[in-house]
Design a protein around this ligand. Structure first.
Ligand code: DX5
Ligand code: ZN
Length: 223
């Protein structure tokens, strides 16, 4: 049976009430918390570091899915694991030694995740697929929440789903960017099973109603 995961991205939460927002997301039925780390180089924006990740991890029992939008992130991996990350995502475009970085994440005892920008083909990660527990397909160009979904990423999601099903390894295919009630069915039908949502989730008036609505939309894809 397909395990769908709903992963609110705290980038769109009220940072002044962050712990409260995280607890509300958990109460609403979220599966993971998604935390976006931006370095001001790989992406133009700057966000949070390990101390804020630790504060979030303290506020919830949910898995902490850390998305590193950081150039050459190797020197930071340990700090984010110590802060409570349970998955660490690194961009194929940002890692010179991707195989080594993903192996290092595995050694640190958390779930390795490889991330692809919209313009990066699936073939870029074929040699490292056996090293990961998650693949994150960016469906916007990383850096900001609230951007428009890029539909040209859909064939790539399907291609990755075909490879993962053939491998028989339980790898999550995550989508991130512009996901919400208007786009979730399209990404699900192409094979995504985990859905990061920033603005759609945190701008909704009632988080529980939002999660229930999304689960209702996904029910048709449960096999
Ligand atoms: C963008 C981040 C996303 C972002 C998604 O670079 O990786 O996680 O928060 O926000 P929405 O869902 O609003 O596109
Ligand atoms: Zn993200």
């Amino acid at each position: 049976m397909t395990q769908f995961k709903i992963a609110p991205s705290i980038l769109s939460a009220d940072f002044g009430r962050l712990a409260e927002e995280v607890r509300a997301a958990e109460r609403a039925g979220a599966d993971w918390m998604h935390l976006d780390i931006m370095d001001g180089h790989f992406v133009p924006n700057l966000t949070i570091g390990p101390d804020v990740v630790a504060a979030v991890a303290k506020a919830t029992r949910l898995p902490i899915d850390v998305h590193l939008m950081v150039r050459e992130p190797d020197h930071l991996l340990e700090a984010f694991v110590a802060a409570g990350a349970t998955a660490l995502g690194v961009h194929v475009e940002a890692c010179t030694h991707l195989h080594r970085t993903l192996s290092q994440i595995r050694k640190l005892g958390v779930r390795p995740c490889v991330v692809l920008n919209p313009a990066t083909p699936a073939s870029a990660i074929e040699p490292v697929l056996h090293l990961v527990d998650q693949i994150l397909v960016m469906t916007v160009n990383p850096g900001f929440s609230g951007q428009k979904f890029i539909a040209e990423t859909l064939p790539k999601i399907r291609e990755l789903r075909t490879w993962i099903d053939a491998s028989r390894r339980p790898v999550d295919i995550v989508v991130d960017g512009g996901i919400g009630p208007d786009t979730i069915e399209r990404v699900a039908v192409h094979g995504a099973n985990a859905f990061v949502m920033g603005s759609a989730f945190f701008k909704s008036p009632d988080y529980k109603q939002f999660v229930d609505g999304i689960r209702g939309q996904l029910a048709q894809f449960t096999s």
